[in-house]
Design a protein around this ligand. Structure first.
Ligand code: AMP
Ligand code: MG
Length: 496
């Protein structure tokens, strides 16, 4: 394969230096005629990459997997995973190839991975490819999450390959360049644990400590500290999801990142009307991954992680189990603390008082009962904090507006006891209650235009709005609107 000198990736690879059974060395499969449809220029610069060179024909070929940049060490990572509760001992990167790692402007090591770049030894019966629709969905939602301030993998680029992929119909193929602080998953640990490869688990744990939990290296019990760290980050992450109405959709252990980033955007979606039982994914028939189940599932996944670490926690199995249980036992408290603090901020409460949890829950209950839009309720509540005359815009979101009025009296009593002025409260609330989320009907419309009409303008427009989710952006006010009844999306589909 041709080497190219024009685009310099400052690779410093560490994962490919791990033992051979951690991955398969495999190059991307070249595609016919790649065309760059989106480059994330600010992210490129942050990664030390030249956006102009990346968007050149040579750069596009790299982003399509047609050329291998100097210093890349392309691999498909091995992992296992529980899918909907069922263990699969070998999954692995079936359609993704890690080119290598770079250090970003913040000094953080980041994986650069091509997703949809052709078959690997882990492809099983899959074609190793991705369709344009799911690539754009991942691009939009991951970048929206980043702008919301939620830990997530990022999207550096999307290219169409010039080839079709066969799904239910023929669809345009695409490759997403994904950036992650690593692609190590709970399922990566499970891969070695399932093979009783204690040395593999240890090597992986040491790599993860050095890379993501350096403070654990100096702890009395480093592997215990690692477990605690992973538990803490997952608890925090899932709390953040709930606070913006995000539903991951496929919280399998192979889709649970050890670094605490949101990863693997498939049938993910944000809910419009607040309903804790919301499920969008077409394959989640039992509602295992429903909105309100996410904390419980995160703990279930963490328990699978802890099982992998048992041999590292203690030679004495009973002691190891007790240690694991102690670390897992911290999940509920950590989640609750993060979630309740987040709700207080959403309500504009600067301090914490007894009764705040109930005040928040009563609003959520009223929203659920009255089909109120989750995002709009909190955003408009922010304005109402400044001017009670704006209550009218909140109350009209409730099927029975009186349900809001009753609650608002209690809320004003509570906020009235705090010294902050209304403008400070409104500003604080606006900084945590987004005006703009990637609403499903907008995401679908952007995908439809790109896939069926090669029109990327709606995709670009949506990305622009979502890059500043906490700003009002009056010119784009309609992007804040919930779907009309005929625009509502009830189901989303996997990215395969
Ligand atoms: P996902 O549901 O996207 O998280 O993927 C689950 C597993 O299926 C992973 O091992 C993927 O690499 C693999 N996979 C998904 N789609 C494909 C595909 N088109 N070709 C090969 N492997 C795939
Ligand atoms: Mg996955």
């Amino acid at each position: 394969m041709l080497k190219v000198m024009t685009v310099h990736f400052p690779f410093q690879n560490t994962y490919s230096a791990l033992p051979d059974n951690f991955f398969a060395r495999v190059a991307p499969t070249p595609v016919a005629s790649p065309r760059l449809v989106k480059l994330n220029r600010p992210l490129a610069i942050h990664l030390g990459l030249d956006p102009d060179r990346l968007s050149s024909p040579e750069g596009t070929e790299i982003l399509a997997g047609k050329r291998i940049p100097d210093g890349a060490d392309p691999i498909a990572m091995a992992y296992a995973g529980h899918q909907f509760g069922h263990f699969v001992p070998q999954l692995g990167d079936g359609r993704a190839i890690l080119l290598g790692e770079v250090i970003d402007a913040d000094g953080v090591r980041r994986d650069i991975q091509l997703k949809g770049s052709g078959p690997t030894p882990f492809s099983r019966r899959g074609d190793g490819r991705a369709a344009l629709g799911p690539v754009l969905r991942e691009y939009i939602v991951s970048e929206a999450m980043a702008a919301l301030g939620i830990p997530t993998t990022r999207s550096l680029a999307a290219v169409v390959t010039g080839e079709s992929v066969m799904r239910e119909t023929l669809l345009p193929g695409a490759v997403l360049t994904r950036v992650a602080s690593s692609h190590i998953r709970v399922g990566t640990f499970q891969y070695f644990a399932a093979r009783s490869d204690a040395e593999g688990v240890r090597r992986l744990a040491d790599h993860v400590i050095a890379r993501h939990y350096p403070q654990a290296a100096g702890a009395d019990r480093p592997y215990h500290a690692l477990l605690e760290g992973v538990v803490a980050r997952q608890a925090e992450l899932v709390a953040r999801w709930l606070l913006v109405g995000f539903i991951h959709g496929v919280m399998n252990t192979d889709n649970t990142s050890i670094s605490g980033e949101t990863i693997d955007y498939g049938p993910c979606a944000f809910m419009d009307q607040y309903d804790p039982a919301t499920v969008f994914s077409s394959i989640d028939e039992q509602g295992r991954y429903a909105y309100a189940n996410q904390p419980r599932i995160a703990l279930w996944n963490l328990t699978r992680f802890a099982e992998c670490l048992l041999p590292l926690l203690s030679d004495d199995q009973e002691k190891a189990i007790a240690e694991a249980q102690a670390a897992l036992g911290e999940f509920a408290g950590k989640f609750d603390t993060a979630y309740q603090a987040g709700l207080r901020s959403k309500l504009g409460l600067f301090g914490a008082r007894d009764g705040d949890d109930a005040l928040a829950q009563d609003l959520l209950d009223a929203m659920a009962k009255n089909q109120a839009d989750f995002t709009l309720t909190f955003r408009r509540l922010s304005d109402a904090a400044l001017d009670p005359a704006l209550d009218v815009s909140v109350r009209q979101l409730f099927a029975d507006p009186a349900a809001y009025d009753e609650w608002a009296v209690r809320w004003r009593q509570r906020t009235g006891d705090e010294p902050q002025d209304p403008a400070a409260r409104r500003d604080a609330m606006q900084s945590v209650n987004p005006a703009f989320i990637p609403r499903n009907h907008r995401v679908e419309a952007a995908i439809e235009a790109a896939v069926n009409r090669d029109d990327f303008a709606p995709f670009e427009g949506l990305l622009t709005v979502l890059s500043k989710p906490y700003e009002d952006q009056p010119a784009f006010a309609s992007y804040a609107d919930p779907p009309e009844p005929d625009q509502r999306v009830f189901q989303t589909f996997c990215g395969t």
